[in-house]
Write a protein that binds this ligand. Structure first.
Ligand SMILES: [Zn+2]
Length: 131
């Protein structure tokens, strides 16, 4: 049986934005940027960690049109990895897919915001500024 997996779109276009804190950014500009980031924090009750997997599966019935494509689907699975274990995979019904995608994207965005705020604070500390 062949299975076709595809990572869904929430991650596309969100490739980790590595912020370069320019050496010449003023302290005021760093603080401004930090305030701007905090305004973008997603609602903390709308978070999900993991990724959404689309699965297509051929049914194997002779003459079924699915034999010419990737198979029936998509069916969605939430894949969540835990350190040192196999990823946990749970079926997500189609009706819940957009909520799941939204919450996954929120988590991704929150991580970016946290990384950037930490980088700004690190820079401020190195300049011996009050955080
Ligand atoms: Zn079929």
């Amino acid at each position: 049986m062949e299975l076709y997996y595809k990572q869904t779109s929430y991650i596309r276009g969100l490739t980790v934005m590595r912020t370069k804190l320019r050496q010449r950014s003023s302290v005021a500009a760093l603080r401004r940027r930090r305030r701007q980031l905090l305004r973008q924090v997603p609602p903390l009750d709308r978070l999900l960690r993991g990724s959404l997997i689309e699965r297509y599966k051929p049914c194997g019935k002779p003459g079924c049109k699915c034999a010419r494509g990737p198979g029936h689907g998509p069916k969605y699975y939430l894949s969540v990895s835990h350190y040192g274990q196999r990823p946990q995979m749970d079926y997500i019904p189609q009706d819940y897919q957009s909520q799941a995608s939204e919450c996954l994207a929120n988590y991704h965005r929150l991580r970016q915001i946290l990384d950037e705020v930490c980088a700004i604070n690190h820079e401020l500390l190195c300049r011996r500024e009050v955080l």
